[in-house]
Write a protein that binds this ligand. Structure first.
Ligand code: GLN
Length: 202
């Protein structure tokens, strides 16, 4: 892990939210509630001005296409190699996964997970569930799923953080990379955001 030595700023002083498409405004609102300086990131050079990045939910094909067009993917890979924390929620989890069967060309391909799009099927494409997340303490986290992906494989360096009752993986972490198939930004529970902000300090 790269260390913060030499950088006087707290590691999570400024947190970017990729604002190309999707529910980035909800993430920015949550950061604002937490008193964190949130930045709407749309250009590659902005990645140099932030200490962590959130990829919101939305439409992964669109986010991936725009990110490639705007030259964000290469720069993002460099920043992750330097140790910048990145969190993908829903479409964002698809965006950061190394393997997505539905996207023959991977998007940012940062995290060693396989993610299946729209994994919960048409009939129950949106649902809510109380899930247990040890890292967040004993109180269950109310998770909102909207046409959500499922994490169907985790690589050797990846920890599973949460599953549904049937064992399906819905949150995982690899070092400073975090993936959730649900939307913590759509609830008032900011524990996942606070957990993400703590990753830069580990
Ligand atoms: N189904 C969307 C996709 O594949 C993700 C949905 C979401 O982010 N809520 O990109």
């Amino acid at each position: 892990m790269p260390s913060a030595v030499g950088d006087a700023r707290p590691l999570t002083a400024r947190v970017g939210v990729l604002g190309l498409q999707g529910d980035f405004a909800e993430h920015l609102a949550t950061l604002d509630r937490l008193g964190v300086d949130g930045v709407d990131v749309r250009r590659p050079e902005q990645l140099d001005e932030i200490d962590a990045l959130i990829i919101p939910g939305g439409e992964s094909t669109t986010i991936g296409k725009l990110a490639r067009q705007y030259g964000i993917i290469e720069k993002l890979r460099d920043r992750v190699a330097e140790g910048m924390p990145v969190w993908g929620t829903c479409a964002g989890a698809i965006f950061i996964a190394k393997d997505v069967p539905a996207h023959p060309h991977p998007l940012a391909a940062l995290m060693d997970i396989t993610v299946e799009r729209n994994a919960f099927g048409r009939q129950i494409d949106s649902f809510e569930a109380d899930i247990k997340v040890n890292e967040l303490g004993p109180r269950a986290f109310h998770a909102v799923f909207i046409r959500s992906p499922q994490i169907i494989r985790v690589g050797p360096g990846v920890d599973v953080l949460a599953t549904l009752d049937d064992g399906r993986v819905v949150a995982a972490r690899q070092g400073r990379l975090l993936a959730t198939s649900f939307h913590p930004e759509l609830t008032n529970d900011d524990r996942f955001h606070r957990y993400f902000l703590s990753l830069g300090k580990r």
